[in-house]
Design a protein around this ligand. Structure first.
Ligand code: HAM
Length: 414
């Protein structure tokens, strides 16, 4: 779990602002959700036999002996909120949220136990138009952030019916080679055979590579949805590849699944991932509602932004107020508030903790401020202030106190 220090936070803010703006430009509205949910919300939504639910959740009993879990992802909570607040009843919703998620994973570069996701969900939409639009939104975002090394992989898991038939094929295949399966896979063979395809065990990869692929077993409806998506992505000039091995690590998906991957971040290359989950609302107690969404890892996005040369500017103050003596300090407080009143965007830092002119000017310089406002006994007595440029060789000028804000505003506008 990481501390995000001020320099990094500035870059986070910049990146987050672009993501937020882009998401909202597609008509999504913000929703803020609790970080804790009842454990069964995640167990039911993500699936009992998944890595997340089996091994990675931070779960605990509260004082009422109820099992709660720090959210490992956003979709389950979003659907729960949609149902409990009646947002989904005969309505369509395009919602987004951002915040920390928690998974007890083995930490490494790009994989953390507390990480952050932007989560975007469209509920009540059948697609494939919305499926395509959600990916087009990402492509626009990469463009805005200047990110180049991202590629889109898509797959379909078929309708629920189709998935059940494919499951049958998988069971047939893996049962025939059962003696070669690892312990996890044998367990999954009975409960959730699709999860075997998601195994990270190198010894299993040969068997997995030879397993039947869903794209060879699609029914008419599933194929039509997938073809529709591909057509729309082509029409929008968003390049993609079909990866029939893409199954995703959560159980709620059907039809469309996708991932945006980069080769610029080492082994943790998935920056944004998602898919359709038409059965989830009903499974969590609501009325059957088609839905699709994605989540984007903010750590990975920021890292990619930085590797691509992006960085937030240093957030230095515009003005540092140097005030030597009690009267000058009182005058300094007033000056700082007047500047904040009159120049809305200004960043003003007032010297705190006293000190000689010399030491205060040193601090002013170190702060990175463009200008120092200098207040001493003489200035206060004369109702004036010194205005000293700190980043060029221009001389200090004397300004009437009442004209200080205007003088600074004029210089900052230049
Ligand atoms: P996910 O693939 O588990 O999907 O996570 C989405 C993204 O979150 C990943 O592609 C990655 O960028 C980031 N991420 C996941 N785990 C970590 C970690 N331990 N450290 C850093 N980043 C991480 C979901 O969570 C689904 N809820 C996505 C979704 C939304 N599907 C439909 N709607």
């Amino acid at each position: 779990m990481n501390d995000i220090l001020p320099d990094a936070a500035a870059t986070w803010r910049l990146v987050e602002d672009v993501v937020r703006g882009t998401i909202e430009s597609y008509g999504y509205r913000e929703i803020r959700l609790p970080i804790l949910e009842r454990t069964d919300v995640f167990a039911r939504a993500i699936g009992e036999v998944t890595d997340i639910v089996e091994k990675e959740m931070y779960s605990f009993k509260d004082r009422n002996d109820e099992s709660l879990t720090l959210r490992p992802e956003g979709t389950a909570g979003m659907v729960r909120a949609g149902i409990t607040n009646g947002l989904l009843h005969n309505q369509r919703q395009k919602l987004w949220t951002v915040g920390p998620m928690f998974r007890y994973e083995k930490p490494q570069k790009g994989r953390y136990r507390q990480f952050h996701q932007f989560d975007v969900e469209a509920m009540g939409y059948e697609g494939p138009d919305i499926d395509a639009e959600l990916m087009i939104l990402c492509a626009r975002l990469w463009e805005k952030l200047g990110l180049k090394r991202l590629s889109l992989e898509i797959n379909t898991l078929g309708t629920q019916d189709n998935r059940a038939k494919y499951r049958h094929e998988l069971v047939k295949y893996f049962s025939a080679v059962k003696s070669q399966l690892d312990e996890d896979s044998i367990r999954r063979l009975e409960k959730n055979p699709l999860r075997i395809l998601d195994s990270k065990n190198p010894d299993m990869q040969r068997l997995i590579a030879a397993a039947p692929v869903i794209t060879d077993h699609l029914d008419v409806e599933s194929r039509a949805h997938f073809d529709g998506l591909k057509l729309l992505l082509n029409a929008a000039d968003v390049p993609f590849t079909v990866n029939p091995r893409l199954v995703r690590g959560l159980d709620y998906y059907n039809l469309t699944v996708f991932e945006w991957i980069t080769d610029a971040l080492g082994s943790q290359g998935a920056v944004c991932a998602g898919g359709r989950y038409d059965g989830l609302v009903e499974k969590l107690g609501g009325k059957a509602t088609p839905a699709i969404g994605w989540a984007m890892g903010v750590e990975r996005l920021v890292e990619l932004y930085e590797t691509s040369g992006g960085k937030a500017g240093v957030l230095a103050p515009d003005v540092y107020i140097v005030a030597a003596g009690d009267d000058a300090f009182s005058c300094g407080i007033k000056a700082a508030e007047i500047l904040r009143d009159r120049i809305p965007e200004i960043k003003v830092e007032l010297n705190l903790g006293g000190g000689s002119f010399k030491s205060q000017l040193k601090r002013a310089d170190k702060s990175g401020a463009a200008y120092a406002v200098v207040l001493g006994e003489e200035e206060v007595a004369g109702n004036r202030a010194g205005l000293k440029p700190l980043r060029d060789r221009e001389p200090q000028v004397d300004v009437e106190f009442d004209e200080l804000a205007e003088a600074i505003a004029a210089r900052l506008r230049k």
